[in-house]
Design a protein around this ligand. Structure first.
Ligand code: SF4
Length: 362
C-alpha cells in the first residue's frame, strides 16, 4: 500500500461534548441523552448553522431550563481564531487554534458579489509537494468534520457575514482533502444542509494533488463538491520531482481517472497549474498542458508562483504567462490567470504553514 491510501491519524475525542460542528446525528444523540424531544435537533441545528450563535443564551427558541443545562454540560466552542492577518487586497488569513492546541489556517476573501473561504482539511499534509510550505510539515492528523465546518462558521462570525450573501468554499489550504474524504463528506453534508449554511454543492471545490484512489471514491458520491486538480507539471519526470504522488499515479493514470469522473451537464474539472519560472513554464509545457486538459471537460487556472522564503523557485515572466494563455485558447480550453489573494500575508495556496511549526511536527 502506498502511504496515501493509509488513513491519517484522527483527533482524540473531546473530554466534554462540543455542539459546534455536530451534524444532525450528533445532535440527536446529545438530545436523546438529555431526554429531550426530537424537534430540538432542528432548533439547535438552525441556531448553530443558520444563525451561527456563539453561546447557549442566544438559543431563545429553547426553554431557560434547557439553556442552563446546556451551558453547564455542553460546550459551544467554534475554533478559536488565534491570529488574523489582513492583506492589502482585502483578504484576511486566520490561524485557528483547535481543541488539542494544533493550528490550521484559512483565508477569508471578500469579492464584490460573494465571499470565498479557503479551508484546511488536515493538520499538515502527507503529500510532500516540494513547492508547498505545508508539505514540509508532514502529516500530523486529519481534521474532523466539526473542525472543517468550524473554520467556516468562525470566519463568517468574525467578518459579520450578511445573510444571503453567496459563499464559495475552496479546499486549498492545509492538507489533501481527498486523503480525509470521510470527514470532508461529513462536513459537506452539514455545509450544504438547507436548514443551516445552505451552501450549494456547486460552490464548494476540493483541490487534489492527484490522489487517484480518492478521485474515484469522490466520483461515487451522489452529491459532492466540484473537483479541481493541482497539476503543475506536464511530464512524469518533472511532476514526480515536485509532486511525489505522481510516482504512484502518473499523468496517464491521472488523466484516465479524470476522464472517468462522472460530471454533471456543463460541469468542468478545474486544472490548476502553478507556473515556476524555468521549471514548468515552457511553451512545450503549454502544449502538453493543453493536450492533458483536452482529455476531459476542463478549465485551466494558471497560477504564477507565490514566492516565499526558502522555496527555491521564482515566478514566471508576464510575457510567458500571455503566451501560455494563447496556447490554451488555441485549443479551445477556457483559461484564466489566478493572482492569489493574500499573497503579502503568506495566505496563498501552498503558503499556509505557521512559521516555526515545520520543525516541531515535520
Ligand atoms: S500542495 Fe496541497 S497536497 Fe501538496 S503538500 Fe501542499 S497541501 Fe499537501
Amino acid at each position: 500500500m502506498n502511504p496515501w491510501d493509509a488513513d491519517a491519524p484522527e483527533a482524540a475525542p473531546p473530554s466534554r461534548p462540543n455542539a459546534a460542528g455536530l451534524d444532525r446525528e450528533g445532535l440527536k444523540a446529545l438530545f436523546q441523552s438529555f431526554g429531550e424531544p426530537a424537534f430540538r435537533v432542528q432548533q439547535v441545528f438552525e441556531g448553530l448553522y443558520r444563525q451561527r450563535h456563539g453561546d447557549w443564551s442566544a438559543f431563545t427558541t429553547l426553554s431557560k431550563t434547557l439553556r442552563a443545562r446546556l451551558e453547564a454540560e455542553v460546550d459551544l466552542a467554534w475554533p478559536e481564531i488565534a491570529e488574523s492577518v489582513p492583506s492589502q487586497d482585502g483578504s484576511t488569513k486566520h490561524a485557528f487554534r483547535l481543541a488539542d492546541g494544533r493550528m490550521v489556517e484559512g483565508v477569508h476573501m471578500p469579492y464584490e458579489d460573494r465571499t470565498t473561504l479557503c479551508l484546511s482539511s488536515q493538520v499538515g499534509c502527507a503529500m510532500g509537494c516540494t513547492f508547498c510550505a505545508t508539505g514540509r510539515m508532514g502529516i500530523v492528523r486529519n481534521l474532523g468534520a466539526a473542525e472543517i465546518v468550524g473554520q467556516v462558521v468562525a470566519m463568517l462570525r468574525a467578518h459579520a457575514h450578511p445573510e444571503g450573501r453567496p459563499v464559495n468554499l475552496v479546499f486549498m489550504g492545509m492538507g489533501e482533502p481527498l486523503h480525509n474524504l470521510d470527514q470532508l463528506m461529513a462536513a459537506f453534508a452539514i455545509l450544504t444542509d438547507a436548514s443551516g449554511l445552505a451552501i450549494p454543492p456547486r460552490r464548494i471545490t476540493v483541490s487534489t494533488s492527484g490522489l487517484v484512489s480518492g478521485i474515484a471514491r469522490l466520483g461515487t458520491c451522489a452529491s459532492r463538491p466540484r473537483l479541481a486538480l493541482s497539476l503543475n507539471a506536464t511530464t512524469d519526470e518533472a511532476r514526480s520531482r515536485i509532486m511525489p504522488v505522481n510516482r504512484v499515479w502518473n499523468l496517464e493514470a491521472l488523466s484516465q481517472a479524470l476522464a472517468a469522473f462522472p460530471l454533471q451537464s456543463g460541469e468542468r474539472i478545474t486544472v490548476e497549474y502553478v507556473l515556476l519560472k524555468g521549471v514548468t513554464d515552457s511553451l512545450e509545457d503549454g502544449r502538453r498542458l493543453a493536450a492533458f486538459a483536452s482529455r476531459f471537460p476542463s478549465k485551466v487556472n494558471l497560477i504564477p508562483f507565490n514566492p516565499h522564503e526558502g522555496a527555491g523557485f521564482e515566478p514566471p515572466e508576464e510575457a510567458r504567462i500571455g503566451a501560455l494563455m494563447g496556447l490554451l485558447v488555441e485549443h479551445r480550453i477556457p483559461v484564466s490567470v489566478r493572482r492569489s489573494r493574500g499573497q503579502d500575508v503568506a495566505g496563498a495556496c501552498g503558503q499556509l504553514v505557521r512559521e516555526g511549526r515545520s520543525r516541531t511536527v515535520g
